[in-house]
Design a binder for this molecule. Structure first.
Ligand code: ZN
Length: 155
């Protein structure tokens, strides 16, 4: 993602927050003078803006957890999720995969291979049998993970 893409995405998200402030929190529009700008800005009343931004933050936090659970269900590793979370550095004794798990505390997800609800104990042990419980008998994904682990190709 380029810097320009990030700026454009941030503008889009701010616009959505202003819409929520107006339509959900009833914010009136106010005129705000910004030092260095010759024309005043039209914006939402700031307390309603705070409420809308906090709501957006809470929704985004829930979406991070939901997408992480979907990613696990689809077979992505905790290390893949750590990359998505932007956890690039490893500090202390935990791996970044373990930090991603602890960050999200996402313990259950639905396996897209077998359709079962799986309990995920995190990436603290290397054997799949020690980390995931609940796959349906004959789950192809789980069988592949176990085979990969036993062949030493895990990670
Ligand atoms: Zn499964």
């Amino acid at each position: 993602m380029t810097r320009r893409d990030r700026e454009r995405a941030a503008w889009s998200l701010r616009a959505v927050i202003r819409v929520v402030a107006r339509e959900v929190f009833g914010a009136p529009m106010v005129t705000r003078h910004v030092p260095g700008l010759s024309t005043p800005l039209q914006d939402v009343e700031p307390i309603a803006g705070v409420r809308a931004a906090v709501f957006a933050r809470d929704v985004a936090t829930g979406q991070v957890r939901e997408y992480a659970k979907q990613a696990r269900g689809a077979g992505h590793s905790w290390d893949d999720i750590a990359q998505g979370l932007g956890l690039d550095r490893v500090d202390g004794p935990q791996t970044r995969a373990q930090r991603a798990y602890l960050h999200l505390a996402a313990a259950h997800w639905r396996c897209t291979s077998c359709g079962a609800l799986v309990t995920d104990r995190g990436p603290f042990k290397t054997a799949p049998e020690a980390n995931e419980n609940g796959h349906a008998t004959g789950c192809a994904r789980y069988a592949a993970e176990i085979t990969a682990y036993r062949q030493g190709n895990d990670q």
